[in-house]
Write a protein that binds this ligand. Structure first.
Ligand code: SF4
Length: 421
């Protein structure tokens, strides 16, 4: 989501006459787009901002620094003296007047933009494009600040999304990611829900893949699991954050489902894929997000998480160590799991994820798979399969940004390797 927001900031600045530079020392303006999910990320960003500010002061440079993204009030106060301005992501449309205030001459400073998602982004993701379909969140998971920093859920009109996808596909984009904090609760003003939107995007003509993230288990309806499997442009890859496998911890996290419900949902998705797809396409790759070391998480409760991970066999898993975020409901709880214990739990879970991922990837050894080629390394190419596995292979041809078929010859926990093309 942040990447997509940055593309919109870039598009807006481009429209105002600014040009991108990769050289910080030459920049007239630097915009930091922050993510508050982890304190460690914020601390690293703050160190960069403070360094840049000192450098500009020492060199008497005129570089201006702006900040945006998810920033909690406490951090906003801490950093405000090191930058020239802070704006909320949904205030992006006011950039012309913000820039005027900090000394830039902007010809069309009174341009009014109805909503920041109407801004045309400057895409920079090659054959992949990230399209926000909604912003904000109404869920208030107790560890998360997004509902406070981004506000309530707002869904984009379906016609804007369809128009954006059509243009991207016409311009050669091969993979479309539909983004939102909780895409499952997408609902446009005219009543289109997420399954309907998926169907509409799937009906756009052209050769392209559809992926989406993020999904909340509580909003995963039967209509959605069915549509997901029926729409053949949607790849057989699904990320469903579990966050914990223990029911008491889920309750404390304000995640209104149980581990038993979660398993039932996974079963439903698997059954839908078996019903509507054939061959490799009928096997779904499941990934998840999980937090270890939530306040008061006992070893027994953590073992419940390990158990469900072993049972499901995810193809990938993203483990976070619990990090207290001010403004979130859990901030008042004592962060009483030591950093070393959190790291120990992380390691144990990663081992289980790696085993599951290896087992999943091994299913494809000897098979020919569809690949979207993304980039060229020194003597190899990297791409993604329909199941979102990273694939590495060699070729003498220029294949970047193309769909090709590759025979898988080796599996690892982190992807697959393919035969020379
Ligand atoms: S669903 Fe929960 S974790 Fe995700 S953005 Fe909303 S509050 Fe945060």
């Amino acid at each position: 989501m942040n990447k997509s927001d940055s593309e919109r900031i870039s598009g807006m600045l481009d429209g105002l006459g600014f040009k991108n530079t990769s050289n910080l020392n030459n920049a007239d303006l630097v915009v930091f787009n922050l993510c508050s999910v982890r304190q460690s990320a914020i601390d690293r960003a703050f160190a960069k901002i403070q360094n840049l500010k000192r450098k500009t002061q020492n060199n008497n440079s005129k570089t201006k620094i702006l900040l945006t993204g998810c920033i909690v009030d406490k951090d906003r106060k801490k950093i405000k003296d090191f930058c020239d301005g802070i704006f909320k992501i949904d205030e992006m449309g006011e950039l012309p007047s913000i820039l005027e205030k900090i000394g830039f001459k902007i010809p069309n400073k009174n341009t009014k933009i109805e909503h920041y998602l109407k801004i045309r982004p400057e895409y920079e993701s090659g054959p992949i494009a990230y399209i926000p379909i909604m912003t904000g969140c109404n869920n208030f998971c107790s560890y998360c600040v997004v509902p406070y920093t981004r506000g309530k859920e707002i869904s984009r009109p379906e016609k804007d999304i369809i128009c954006e996808v059509k243009n991207l596909v016409k311009n050669g984009v091969k993979e479309i990611w539909l983004l939102g904090q909780n895409v499952n609760s997408y609902k446009s003003k005219s009543g289109t829900n997420f399954p309907k939107l998926l169907e509409m995007v799937n009906n756009i003509s052209g050769d392209f893949w559809i992926r989406f993230t993020s999904s909340h288990p509580k909003d995963l309806t039967n209509e959605m699991t069915e549509m997901f499997a029926k729409c053949k442009k949607i790849t057989p890859y699904f990320n469903l954050p579990i966050q914990s496998g223990d029911n008491e911890i889920l309750k404390a996290m304000n995640r209104p489902y149980s581990s038993e419900n979660y398993k039932k949902l996974i079963k439903k998705v698997r059954v839908s894929f078996k019903k509507h797809r054939k061959g490799q396409e009928s096997i779904i790759a499941l990934s998840t997000d999980v937090i270890v070391g939530f306040p008061n998480e006992t070893v027994k409760q953590f073992n419940n998480t390990k158990k469900i991970f072993k049972e499901i066999g995810f193809s990938a898993g993203y483990v976070s160590l619990y990090s207290p975020r001010s403004q979130s409901a859990a901030f008042i709880l004592k962060d009483n799991i030591s950093p070393s214990e959190k790291r120990k739990r992380e390691k144990e879970l990663i081992k289980i994820i790696e085993k599951g991922a290896l087992r999943f990837n091994e299913k494809f050894v000897g098979e020919k798979v569809n690949v979207l080629v993304l980039e060229k390394g020194k003597n190899f190419f990297l791409g993604k399969t329909r199941h979102h596995q990273t694939i590495k292979f060699q070729s003498d041809k220029n294949l970047a940004n193309k769909f090709i078929k590759i025979k898988v010859i080796k599996a690892t926990p982190y992807g697959v390797e393919g035969e020379k093309y």
